[in-house]
Design a protein around this ligand. Structure first.
Ligand SMILES: *Cc1c(COP(=O)(O)O)cnc(C)c1O
Length: 378
């Protein structure tokens, strides 16, 4: 067993270079620190990158999702269809608008929302399809938008993990309806906390500004009016300045992720782990999460994660099935409703993956993981 006399390897880590540190310092020194010129410049850069579609930034992707829903008029009595295997904030954002999340199972291979199941979950109350590009693996956009066109539903793509991902050579965000990105430190680029929406309509982008800032709009006489019930979700300039520089390194970050993931595949193919679907160059690989062979193991996932932690390796769970959380069971969901989401939620283990991870560290993670699984065979 390799020894752990090495720096701890977390499962995710942002890349912050000295240029970013000094640019953020400059923004602080400018004394214009909340939303201002840097936010405008970051939005411009995001827009240019995504085919000149309107872009707006927010304090998080969670806030962005909620604003997107409010902007298109989702509220009490409406239903929003989303996968049972994604981050909790999607469901919470829907609930905060007064609407109801309707969960559907995911495809066991891609772990993306099963669009056939989504179609059968549509009712007269359904307003929106809200799928996630799981781990950065792009959903089938042709099928998604064919369903949306046929049913007249709006789409909000949760691309929290997928900035830089491509569907058939087109960047996620450059096509489609409304697309949401996250800039949390674990994502492909970071603004510390932050998120963005890319819109298909300039009018909706404009309206989202009101939802992002107290519902305020400016009147010709210089006074302010409140037109909608907005919140306080504006991104500070300090964060936006970081975002501008992060965006410039996105392609390089994703290229590093590809190299590391190739090595994971080389090392783990043929083991008793179920590896994620490989995808093509369009996959941005925000995380790498095989399924553990728990049936063949004498210890639990938690025990394995603790042993890995002792060996200096951080791991995560992406994600627990949402419908089995206490809050969402109250909507009437229970075990057995979504077998694929439940299997993934139960067996998934997120391994270290970030641009500055070393190949040699991937080897150490694989050696340690395979050894521990072997040692604890049932
Ligand atoms: C991280 C994440 C979010 C939320 O992003 P925040 O910026 O942290 O609010 C939403 N969906 C998915 C799939 C995520 O991984």
């Amino acid at each position: 067993m390799p020894v752990a006399n090495r720096p701890f390897i977390p499962f995710a880590r942002p890349t912050i270079d000295e240029t970013m540190v000094s640019a953020v310092s400059d923004t602080l020194r400018s004394l214009w620190i909340t939303s201002g010129p840097q936010v405008q410049a970051f939005e411009k850069a995001l827009s240019v990158m995504h085919g000149d579609r309107p872009a707006r930034v927010f304090t998080s992707a969670t806030a962005a999702l909620e604003v997107a829903l409010l902007t298109i008029g989702v509220g009490p009595g409406d239903e929003v269809i989303m996968p049972a295997q994604t981050f909790f904030s999607c469901a919470n954002a829907i609930r905060h608008t007064g609407a109801t999340p309707v969960f559907v199972d995911v495809d066991p291979v891609t772990r993306n929302m099963d669009l056939t199941l989504a179609r059968s979950a549509i009712t007269p109350k359904t307003k929106v399809l809200m799928p996630t590009h799981f781990a950065g693996y792009p959903l089938d956009m042709d099928k998604l938008y064919a369903l949306a066109r046929e049913t007249g539903l709006r789409v909000i793509e949760d691309a929290a993990l997928a900035i830089g991902s491509k569907w058939q050579d087109k960047l996620i965000g450059s096509i489609g309806d409304i697309v949401s990105f996250s800039f949390h430190p674990n994502k492909n680029i970071t603004t510390i906390e932050g998120g963005a929406l890319i819109f298909s309509s300039e009018a909706e982008a404009k309206l989202s500004e009101a939802y992002r800032f107290h519902g305020i709009s400016r009147l010709p006489d210089g006074t302010r009016d409140i037109t909608v019930l907005g919140g306080k979700y504006n991104l500070p300039d300090v964060n936006a300045r970081l975002g501008i520089l992060q965006l410039q390194r996105l392609d390089e970050f994703i290229a590093k992720r590809h190299v590391l993931v190739e090595h994971y595949f080389d090392r783990l193919t043929g083991s008793n782990l179920t590896l994620p679907v490989r995808g093509d160059k369009g996959h941005s690989w925000n995380f790498f999460a095989p399924l553990l062979p728990l049936d063949e193991m004498s210890i639990s996932r938690k025990a394995l994660m603790d042993l890995l932690q002792q060996k200096g390796i951080g791991t995560g769970i992406s994600y627990e099935a949402i419908h089995l959380t206490s809050l969402y069971r109250q909507l009437g969901y229970s075990e057995g409703d979504f077998p694929h989401a439940e299997k993934i939620g139960h067996n998934t283990l997120t391994l270290p993956l970030f641009p500055t991870l070393q190949i040699e560290e991937v080897d150490y993670v694989c050696d340690t993981l395979l050894e521990l699984i072997h040692q604890h065979k049932r």
